[in-house]
Design a protein around this ligand. Structure first.
Ligand code: SF4
Ligand code: SF4
Ligand code: SF4
Length: 267
């Protein structure tokens, strides 16, 4: 990261997604607008439609590279940017779209489209599987406070480091009653913190939208979930598919495609 950029050029680019992470950024309101006074914005579809800059200092990418057009846009942006940041579960993990990787994807396509001829139906991969990623800001949507902090650090020439702490760390700081101890399927101990334990604070177990905590021993955690709470590995894997973190959680991802049954887990 180059230091002392006077007026850096940035872009916030959407691939295939709901654009909810862009909305989270706009929710910062005046604080985000203050930030934009110090940068040149080349692309930010929800904010304004400006001509592209030839080169960017920082590009933020949300969404999944799903279509050939997405992949080509992503590779072009990578070539023209000094620093590329993925924002949100779609870009960092594959997101909700990755659910179909674990099912019969041809069958899923037929559920959606009457005529499937000519429709692309690739496996879903996170951005890092296509281009080099310099920083990941996870979540579905992103925590906009974390985003603001990270942008300020980047503009000061510092590459921010998201603390590797589990969701439980923030959950316990808030003195929440532990849902896992009550027998609910909370993935908090194995998930990267930084969201302020949003879900458990609202009495809902963590489904892992921020992805796996680096160094977490997922096999041991799963073993505890099976032995203490009596969940099957299939039930645990089904939760871990939700935001695309299943294949990111194991050194060698289990071969489960086409074998998963859709079944509701009571929460
Ligand atoms: S990570 Fe979530 S909020 Fe962000 S674009 Fe993807 S689905 Fe939408
Ligand atoms: S509710 Fe979940 S996140 Fe909170 S302490 Fe228990 S296991 Fe951890
Ligand atoms: S508690 Fe878990 S699922 Fe909820 S926002 Fe945080 S990381 Fe995402």
């Amino acid at each position: 990261m180059k230091k002392n950029i006077l007026k850096p050029s940035i872009a916030v680019v959407s691939l295939t997604c709901c654009e909810g992470c862009q909305v989270a950024i706009l929710d910062l309101g005046a604080r985000f607008l203050e930030l934009t006074a110090n940068v040149k914005i080349g692309d930010f579809s929800l904010l304004e439609d400006k001509p592209e800059e030839a080169e960017y200092d920082i590009v933020f990418v949300e969404g999944t590279p799903l279509t050939a057009e997405n992949v080509s846009r992503l590779k072009d942006l990578r070539e023209r940017s000094k620093f590329l940041v993925t924002i949100g579960a779609c870009a960092c993990l594959g997101g909700i779209a990755e659910l179909k990787n674990y099912q019969d994807k041809e069958q899923r396509l037929k559920y959606v489209y009457k005529n499937v001829e000519g429709i692309e139906n690739p496996d879903i991969e996170p951005v890092k599987n296509y281009v080099k990623v310099d920083l990941e800001i996870p979540g579905c949507p992103i925590n906009n406070e974390e985003f603001l902090w990270a942008v300020k650090e980047l503009l000061a020439g510092v590459v921010p480091k998201i603390p590797q702490r589990p969701i439980c760390y923030e959950c316990q700081l808030k003195q929440n009653e532990c849902l896992l101890q009550k027998g609910l399927p909370c993935l908090g101990p194995s998930i990267l913190g930084g969201c302020g334990a949003t879900c458990p604070s609202n009495n809902y177990p963590c489904d892992g939208c921020r992805g796996p905590l680096r160094g977490a021993n997922i096999n041991n955690f799963n073993e505890s979930l099976r032995n203490i709470y009596g969940w099957s590995q299939q039930e645990i894997d089904l939760i871990m598919q939700r935001f695309g973190m299943l294949d990111d959680s194991y050194p060698s991802p289990p071969s489960i495609r086409g074998k998963m049954e859709i079944k509701k887990i009571e929460k």
